[in-house]
Design a protein. Sequence first.
Length: 67
Amino acid sequence: MNKKVKKLKYLMIILACIAIFGTILPNVFDPNETLAGKISIATFGIVGTCLLFSIMYYIVKKAILRG
């Protein structure tokens, strides 16, 4: 694996963790939120974050490998 691609992979993992811990978990631990709301936020937030960062990873990876 190319060194730049490996660094990109680690960067995307770190950014995804920051996104999950910084935005999704505080909303899940909100005491004013209902249980259904917490489940919805956690489920769709984590799935959405993973999809977003995996799509970004493959797009940038192709750009790095071409250039």
